[in-house]
Design a protein around this ligand. Sequence first.
Ligand SMILES: *Cc1c(COP(=O)(O)O)cnc(C)c1O
Length: 404
Amino acid sequence: MTSMTSTPGPAGRPLLNRRLAEFGTTIFAEMSALAARTGAINLGQGFPDTDGPEEIREAAVRALRDGRGNQYPPGPGVPELREAIAAHQARRYGLTLDPDTEVLVTAGATEAIAAALLALVEPGDEVVALEPYYDSYAASIALAGGTRVPVTLRPSGGRFRLDLDELRAAVTPRTRLLLINTPHNPTGTVLTRAELAEIARLAVERDLIVVTDEVYEHLVFEEPDGSGGHVPLAGLPGMRDRTLTISSAGKTYSFTGWKVGWITGPPALVTAVRSAKQFLTYVSAGPFQYAIAEALALPDSYYDGLRAELRAKRDLLAGGLADAGFGVHVPAGTYFITTDIRPLGETDGFAFCRALPSRAGVVAIPNAVFYDDREAGAPFVRFAFCKRTEVLEEAVTRLKQLTP
Ligand SMILES: *Cc1c(COP(=O)(O)O)cnc(C)c1O
């Protein structure tokens, strides 16, 4: 979210309202335009360059042809998808959900985040969020009139670490909710069971709602404490009744353009979110909802295959970046690598990313855009590895030509 000088409109007032003034154009638009202009390999935005499973694509075609979902689907989502989401949570995590009252289908995770914040936050409420944050968090908090309170993840012991004392200190009587993201974009951190337990303890102690963005739940490569994969926050003691869990088909099934997401939690919270959601999109993605219902029932081998493929790509890009002289924070999850450019003799990620297409023919994202504390984010640059192997190999070859 690069800030834009506000364009004057009628009566000399800025066109863009005060809540959105600081969110001009996203960095992704700027960097993708730069990639297109220079022919650079775009490792900026995190979308796969190949589509998800053929049979799921065909399921969408079938739904379209059979006339399923071509008219407004039910507000909460089609029953088949809500049941498949509940079955997935039960099978993977042992979490039981009532598909009728505890599951809401949204236009991607993005709408789930926006609807949750618009529904729950009063102007002046504080929202504690992990920094660096996914770019829609800050904008959605602002739309809701809330105040964001960042808790910065800092590199320590080979990973970006959450300082639990800092988290505790960030909670005030005005805190309405904690906005958590694990596996974490952009740092690739997977919160440990101990960290999650501490977040849960704090939420219970201070009676806070927790909104947790778990869109990378199937992309955990290292289990930080042998926890056996992704640990949903909603499963921890005291959390079921205060947690809204967000996920999406985009990252898990490589159909980011379908925008099928969901939010699950206790009936009262889900009903509140639905109140906001019904006036944002009301409904979306009709036929795709049926296809994703089938995707959620894919066998474990699909998820194992996805994880193995992306782990290999992670290792390829991480190795190449290290060879090129970057400091590499190997991610435990997600499909992003955060690098440190200081070993290359650089300190300003913005300047570095603007120059990278002409220096090396590659596009990356300066992590500073994900920080309020731009200073803290300045030396970090993010690369996406959800791209074809030959594309990553070519990117690595190009990056090795970088000379400090
Ligand atoms: C991609 C992403 C989203 C958005 O998901 P959509 O389903 O495409 O809206 C939300 N949160 C995080 C952390 C993401 O990386």
